[in-house]
Write a protein that binds this ligand. Structure first.
Ligand code: CAA
Length: 260
């Protein structure tokens, strides 16, 4: 499928998905959201893709938010629909079996930070700036940010970030646990692709089920989560990957996983 605002490059099991609208700092308008949802679907069902890196085009921004120029004319109904459309993208990433790593190469603001938070984990450039400026526009985060940020870093830090609308440095985002690791700008994409390649090289089903157990378990009691984990663990013993992974260990050779 051809996209007007996205680039996709796939190599050795890793797809690099780039939001490519640098003239608007990669802001998310309705068309970009439609394309992102389609791209996630396409990547999820592409057997050549085992992990995805999501980044922004240009040196300045990952994504500078939802498109303010498009939102400026929206009425309440349209605003609601726009939020649902953005949330659909975030949920699509959460529901994908394929892990998605955010490589935050610059500004990740508002809907841009929400896009990064929708990924499975975040690497960032040392020069990145992150924040939720929505309140400075008279609105609030609408693409899952209030939910994902509070779950990730806790209520009080999420409150501070969202209520003040102030940007934080990459260092602070690291200290607060929003970002897993920081890299010099030129190393960010290769490092994210390296992590994705590591994921692409292990048992695809084990990764997919672990992702499912973590995401769903967060909404369960601990006891239910344990039960759910054990069920998925058991299912993996019916897979070729489990047979191959353990045989390779015993035979002291590298496993060749098929994702079956
Ligand atoms: N929407 C639409 N266009 C945007 C944009 C956005 N979120 N962010 C930047 N742009 C556009 C600018 O309008 C500008 O276009 P023109 O040259 O045509 O005027 C171009 O990108 C370059 O931006 P700047 O000239 O502003 O660049 P800068 O370096 O001076 O500033 C910035 C960079 C601090 C990131 C600034 O662009 C900015 O504050 N952007 C808006 C950030 C923001 O408020 N994001 C939250 C949006 S609300 C949201 O996301 C809601 C939600 O939760 C769903």
């Amino acid at each position: 499928m051809d996209f007007n605002n996205l680039l996709i490059e796939t190599a050795a099991g890793v797809a690099t998905l780039t939001v490519n609208r640098p003239q608007a700092l990669n802001a998310l308008n309705g068309e970009v959201l439609t394309e992102l949802a389609a791209a996630f679907y396409q990547l999820e069902y592409d057997p050549a893709v085992k992990a995805v890196v999501l980044t922004g085009a240009g040196e300045k921004a990952f994504v500078a938010g939802a498109d303010i120029k498009e939102m400026a004319a929206m009425n309440s109904y349209e605003g609601h629909q726009f939020a649902l459309k953005g949330q659909h993208c975030m949920m699509a990433m959460e529901k994908m079996r394929t892990p998605v790593i955010a490589a935050v190469n610059g500004f990740a603001l508002g809907g841009g930070l929400e896009l990064a938070l929708g990924c499975d984990f975040i690497y960032a450039s040392e020069k990145a700036k992150l924040g939720f400026p929505e309140v400075t526009l008279g609105i609030m985060p609408g693409f899952g940010g209030t939910q994902n940020l509070a779950r990730l870093i806790g209520k009080n830090r999420a409150n501070e970030l969202i209520f003040t609308g102030k940007m934080v440095t990459a260092d602070k985002a690291l200290a607060w646990g929003i970002v897993n690791e920081l890299f010099p700008p030129e190393e960010l994409l290769p490092k994210a692709q390296e992590a994705a390649a590591a994921i692409a090289g292990v048992g695809t089903l084990g990764v997919a089920y672990a992702k499912n157990a973590i995401a769903n378990g967060l909404n369960m009691t601990k006891e239910d989560g344990f039960r759910y984990e054990a069920s998925l663990f058991g299912v993996l013993f019916a897979t070729a990957d489990q047979k191959e992974g353990m045989a390779a260990f015993v035979e002291k050779r590298k496993a060749v996983f098929t994702g079956k």
